[in-house]
Design a protein around this ligand. Structure first.
Ligand code: PLP
Length: 231
């Protein structure tokens, strides 16, 4: 049986150990508990453990949980976002990790303008180049950031990536390192509304490697909640 409370403690320790190994301050890493498919009761156990950053990959599921849990956590939208769901997404999520195309940037910017407040986003980068993955190709990232920067409305807080699925977490390392290097290189351009401080990388199988490579946000589902039911 999976016990979210002790799992949270274990993940915290693993994050802290990985951070120290890399000479980093463990408090520079925020653990996002990825609560997709899990019940309110399960999520409440995680909140009780003091972890209050939650990640969902579908707007609709977030809307279902919102009436009960909304105000008790900081929500991250980590899955791909359709332009017709931008309004509820921005209402509920403090940070959208999955900005991956111009049409979405435009829709988010319009929503920001309507609200009169900037919308916080991460740009998802397809570092591995896998066709199945969403995200901006590394070579396209600079022009993409320049377009967003000119448009206004969005505040780019950093970059997000997903490493290819692999049994050996070391195989993810070059991808995470590449994301960190991209953030460093493009951060020096000094583009308005672009401040690449946040690196969202690492999931249950590879978050320790991601922390060693500079992750500031790790998205951990299974290692906290246990396996998800297929849906
Ligand atoms: C589901 C999901 C995660 C968490 O995956 P686990 O392997 O269960 O930790 C992280 N990031 C994204 C984008 C996801 O969709």
């Amino acid at each position: 049986m999976s016990n979210p409370l002790s799992n949270v403690e274990m993940v915290r320790q693993q994050v802290a150990t990985a951070a120290r190994r890399a000479g980093r301050d463990p408090s520079a890493v925020t653990i996002i508990a990825v609560s997709k498919t899990h019940t309110i009761a399960e999520i409440e156990q995680v909140l009780a453990a003091g972890l209050n950053h939650l990640g969902e990959n579908r707007v609709q599921e977030l809307q279902e949980k919102w009436p009960t849990l909304g105000g008790r956590a900081t929500w991250h939208l980590i899955g791909s976002l359709q332009t017709n769901k931008v309004k509820p997404a921005v209402e509920m999520a403090s940070l959208i990790h999955s900005l991956d195309r111009d049409s979405l940037a435009q829709a988010l910017a319009r929503e920001a303008e309507r609200l009169g407040a900037p919308v916080n986003v991460l740009v998802q980068v397809n570092v591995s180049g896998e066709e199945s993955k969403h995200g901006i190709a590394p070579a396209e990232l600079e022009p993409f950031l320049r377009r967003i920067s000119q448009g206004g409305g969005l505040q780019v807080q950093g970059l997000m990536t997903m490493a290819p699925h692999a049994s050996d977490p070391e195989l993810a390392r070059p991808h995470f390192r590449r994301l960190r290097e991209l953030a460093r290189e493009l951060g020096t351009l000094g583009l308005p509304h672009v401040n690449l401080q946040q690196l969202s990388m690492g999931m249950s199988g590879d978050f320790e490697v991601a922390v060693e490579e500079g992750a500031t946000l790790v998205r951990v589902g299974t290692a906290i909640f246990g396996a998800r039911e297929p849906r």
